[in-house]
Write a protein that binds this ligand. Structure first.
Ligand SMILES: Cc1ncc(COP(=O)(O)O)c(C=O)c1O
Length: 447
């Protein structure tokens, strides 16, 4: 290994690998210099240290690095539905910046009220009470506090391996070891049930996972809430309608609140404005974030029912940037753009196209164990052997770096799942170009 870059990858996680080493060795000295400065000044943490590259600008579906190389961004931390620097958004933000960039918390402001009203107007009538926060993790924290206040119960049921944010309260209900390691005792006390994974466990087993919730709640009368992503973002787990109907029924029967975390997947990505619409269920508390701020400003929200507007004597959030006029302006612009430009209909058409193309890939490349997706969120799962389903981790990494070198950026999840999450504004031509790069990568790895 080149000694000049050794210090860039000292963390014991996915960022430490031969593939990453080779990636650094082809970056130019100017980029390596910036990466070194980054690594020298920021606290190191897994997943984001060391960084992959240094970016200069973004536009539409593209990130551009400091050497002018462009990447189609099929990751975007799930904030980039309407594309980067969308003028619908930036014009509204520039105007807002000139009038009211910040709103002290004891006051309210028109744009925040308009956003809350807009969200309520788009949701089922029973979801009509809103609270904003500066980020998704904080929204999850507010949801957990509200659930305790409503039910008087502290235990929560969650799904193994799930992620709901990085703070102590959010990791208590998140199952990712990387976030929980060394953290000692976590509150709320959480009971984890397995993820209903249709690829590994088979579609027929799915309802058994929902029945597990019933068993757990029967044994734990002190559990007040069940929290889950409607569709799991990281490795794209898409439950069936009967699964969610059963979960809703179980929660109702046990008088347990259903908290749905749609922070990465709401606002059209799944082919509907909100994912839960596809399951004919309504959550008791809905968490939104990420793309709500249109890839420009951090803003998140919880939305719940009138009957749960009972916490007036405590502070659920009380965040300095609670009713952020900039966040609200970005969110309103994002929603208007999504609706005015008929993005949801477009996403539905893109889903059919991608499904068809990836199905052809699956026939062509035996290393693809599974393809799954909805709207514009897709997973291509690579396996060493379709029978054993052993994860093809090195192969997935090789595919990733091939794609990065050819101008396509995405995330590998669970070691072997290529997660494809493009902006919703992507054109059919751009989708085709991206799929061609992935095909080239699969060919190069398979040969
Ligand atoms: C499902 C889910 N919930 C919560 C969060 C936390 O959101 P934030 O990073 O804005 O705090 C994330 C972030 O990745 C997420 O994917």
């Amino acid at each position: 290994m080149d000694e000049s870059i050794r210090h860039l990858y000292q963390e014991g996680d996915v960022n430490f690998s031969e593939g990453r080493g080779e990636w650094y060795s082809q970056l130019n000295p100017q980029t390596l210099e910036w990466l070194s400065r980054d690594a020298a000044v920021f606290l190191h943490q897994s997943l984001s240290t060391p960084c992959l590259n240094v970016i200069e600008s973004c536009e539409g579906i593209y990130l551009t690095d400091i050497n002018g190389k462009r990447y189609m961004d099929f990751h975007g931390n799930s904030v980039h539905q309407v594309g980067y620097r969308n003028s619908y958004v930036t014009d509204r933000l520039k105007a807002q910046l000139d009038i009211l960039p910040f709103s002290p918390r004891r006051y309210t402001n028109k744009v925040a009220i308009e956003l809350a009203e807009k969200l309520v107007s788009l949701l089922p009538a029973s979801l009509n009470r809103v609270l904003f926060a500066p980020g998704g993790t904080s929204a999850v924290g507010m949801a957990l506090k509200l659930a305790r206040r409503i039910t008087g119960k502290q235990k929560v049921v969650s799904v193994q391996g799930s992620f709901h944010g990085a703070s102590l309260d959010a990791i208590a209900v998140g199952g990712e070891e990387q976030f929980r390691k060394y953290m000692g005792q976590l509150y709320p006390e959480t009971i984890f049930i397995p993820q209903a994974d249709r690829y590994r466990n088979g579609p027929d087993q799915e309802l058994q996972f929902a029945e597990l919730l019933d068993e757990v709640l029967t044994r734990n009368e002190d559990a007040g809430a069940f929290i889950a992503e409607t569709i799991r973002n990281t490795d794209v787990q898409i439950p069936s309608k009967p699964y969610w109907e059963k979960i809703r029924e179980v929660c109702d029967r046990h008088q347990v609140l259903l908290i749905l975390d749609e922070i990465p997947i709401a606002f059209g990505r799944m082919g509907t404005l909100f994912a839960f619409e596809q399951y004919g269920i309504v959550p008791d508390i809905l968490c939104l974030g990420k793309g709500l701020g249109a890839g420009a400003f951090p803003i998140a929200a919880i939305i719940t029912k009138e009957e749960y507007n009972i916490a007036g004597d405590i502070s659920l959030g009380h965040y300095t940037h609670e009713k952020s006029p900039m966040g609200a302006a970005a969110a309103l612009a994002m929603i208007d753009y999504t609706i005015d430009q008929h993005l949801i209909e477009k996403v539905q058409a893109d889903e059919s196209f991608i499904r068809k193309e990836l199905t052809i890939f699956k026939d062509e490349f035996p290393m693809i164990g599974d393809i799954r997706g909805k709207g514009l969120l897709w997973a291509v799962e690579l396996v060493k052997d379709p029978l054993t389903k052993e994860r093809a981790v090195e192969e997935a990494e090789a595919v990733l770096y091939y794609c990065l070198k050819h101008g396509l950026s995405f995330k590998v999840s669970q070691g072997n799942v290529l997660q494809l999450c493009p902006p919703l504004i992507i054109t059919r031509e751009q989708i085709t170009d991206a799929l061609l790069i992935i095909r080239g990568a699969l060919q190069s790895v398979q040969s």
